[in-house]
Write a protein that binds this ligand. Structure first.
Ligand code: NAD
Length: 491
């Protein structure tokens, strides 16, 4: 396994030689160490990315030329899909089929942005209709410059792809720092990009801590744009750092997303989507629908079925066949989720199922999938992101109540509604104050569709054409096209 930094097209040891341990969350074993970059390494990487952008001509390539590299990266990912998925499992803990899905999605993301890069050639400018006929004007899109990208540990390769693919498609160069807990697949991405022949300096991947390497990226004057996915408090620091020299910034932060189930919904389908919405990836999903609101008429029956099915979930090492819930990513994350459950209990909530370390697991950061009821609406369990397999289920009476409860949050990443009444579902979807809304499902994510949050869940959108826009500036070019002199000073 790799343990160096990928800077300027080369594998290098960090200038100061620091390392960080990589722990398998299923076994608690230290698997290897990886390099821990410092500000010196970041400076070298940013300078390489600057040179690749300012002098070497990456932004001057046609979209089709950049697309070739992106497609080669997509092919490289696919050619090692199972191997990369396995690395994701031992690094992050998720079940293999989920990791395999993520890796396929990551390859798809590079293909998709290759397509958008090609479109940039066919559609390079927009003519602006001016009221003053003596002028012609057009708007052109240009890459912002050097992007600094910082990502979390819950979807390691996929989050890297959501940043790297659109940045490269747009013509930006990039310095990426994966989360210190899960860096292995980002290093594989660097190796794949290298094999694809990506020019030196265009993509730089540095492992290291947030407080040192991450901080150095956000503070670096040579970085033009910051793209971040992670927690609210760090997002806030990044926005403050960006404000100092007006860096462009996009933030994908946390959530406490509601899932409203009306009493005309099919209970079995609702239970399936509720489980998918909170137990997928051990609930470590920014858009997890962790507040489930169920209409009175079906509340008891739905809850009983949800508990019954949740109790059947197979827990184990993500590499084992049939496992649907792996360990949480780290001891720290595990302890935080356990503490959040204890605090919910202290606040008066009832544990309908789960809440404990599963039997037979002495090692590994395992936790039973957990359902909480009677959660006080002013308690942290209801208002704060837990980022684990913990769902709060709460009854409601009317559509109005459901919308008010759903929107009563400082977050606004996602929201879901389930009803057989299409008109009602659409009405509720329109009323949600959230950037991503699902009707009769929860969590399906498409590279083509915009992704991002309202309120404290972030700023800007990733994926789709919006993801490309994140890395583009808009330039106005206006020409005086009249034969007559302007005649203001010189008559
Ligand atoms: P985190 O904010 O602690 O870390 C995210 C990244 O930021 C890591 O790479 C970390 O090293 C880096 N970082 C930490 N301090 C930094 C600093 N001072 N300067 C620069 N970088 C710094 O988050 P996490 O614990 O890795 O991830 C969990 C959080 O991320 C959850 O709150 C979750 O909701 C959120 N998340 C959001 C999305 C989304 O799309 N909206 C996706 C995944 C995770």
């Amino acid at each position: 396994m790799r343990n160096e930094l990928y800077i300027d097209g080369k594998w290098v040891a960090p200038v100061k030689g620091g390392t960080c341990e990589v722990i398998n969350p299923a076994t608690e074993e230290v698997m290897q160490t990886i390099a821990s970059a410092t500000a010196e390494d970041v400076d070298i990487a940013v300078k390489a990315a600057r040179r690749a952008f300012d002098k070497d001509g990456w932004p001057k390539l046609s979209g089709a030329q950049r697309a070739k590299y992106l497609r080669a990266i997509a092919d490289g990912i696919r050619s090692r899909q199972a191997e990369i998925a396995r690395l994701e499992v031992i690094d992050n803990g998720k079940p293999f089929p989920e990791a395999d899905w993520d890796v396929a999605d990551a390859a798809g993301c590079f293909d998709y942005y290759a397509g958008l890069a090609e479109l940039m050639d066919t559609n390079p400018e927009e003519t602006i209709a001016l009221a003053d006929g003596r002028f012609t004007s057009k708007a052109v899109k240009e890459p912002i410059g050097v992007a600094g990208a910082i990502i979390p540990w819950n979807y390691p390769l996929l989050m890297a792809s959501w940043k790297v693919a659109p940045a490269l498609a747009a013509g930006c160069t990039i310095v990426l720092k994966p989360a210190e807990l899960t860096s292995l697949t980002a290093l594989e991405l660097a190796a794949i990009a290298d094999e694809a022949g990506l020019p030196p300096g265009v993509l730089n991947i540095l492992t290291g801590s947030g407080s040192v390497a991450g901080q150095a990226i956000i503070d670096h004057k040579g970085v033009d744009k910051l793209a971040f996915t992670g927690s609210g408090p760090v997002g806030s620091k990044i926005m403050a750092a960006a404000a100092r020299d007006i860096k462009r910034v996009s933030l994908e932060l946390g959530g406490k997303s509601p899932f409203v189930v009306f009493d005309d919904a099919d209970i079995e389908r609702a239970v399936e989507w509720i489980m998918f919405g909170i137990f997928w990836n051990q609930g470590q999903v920014c858009s997890a629908t962790s507040r489930v609101l169920v209409q009175d008429g079906i509340y008891e029956r739905l809850l009983a079925r949800l508990v019954e099915e949740t109790d059947k979930i197979k827990i184990g090492n993500g590499l084992e066949e049939g496992v649907l819930l792996g360990p949480l990513v780290s001891k720290r994350q595990h302890d935080q989720v356990v503490a959040a459950i204890a605090a919910a209990k202290d606040a008066g909530a009832t544990i309908a199922c789960g809440g404990e370390r599963p039997e037979g697991f002495d090692k590994g950061y395992y936790l039973q999938p957990t359902i909480l009821t009677g959660v006080p609406l002013d308690s942290a369990a209801w208002t704060e992101e837990i980022f684990g397999p913990v769902v709060c289920v709460h009854p409601f009476e009317t559509e109005e109540d459901a919308i008010a409860l759903a929107n009563d949050s400082r977050f606004g990443l996602a929201a879901a509604v389930m009803s057989k009444d299409d008109i009602r579902a659409e009405r509720v979807a329109a009323a949600f104050r959230a950037g991503i809304v699902w009707i009769n499902c929860s969590q399906p994510t498409f590279t083509e569709a915009p992704w991002g949050g309202y309120k404290e869940s972030g700023i800007g959108r990733e994926l789709g054409r919006w993801g490309l826009e994140n890395y583009l500036e808009t330039k106005q070019i206006t020409k005086y096209a009249s034969e007559d002199p302007w005649g203001w000073y010189i008559k």
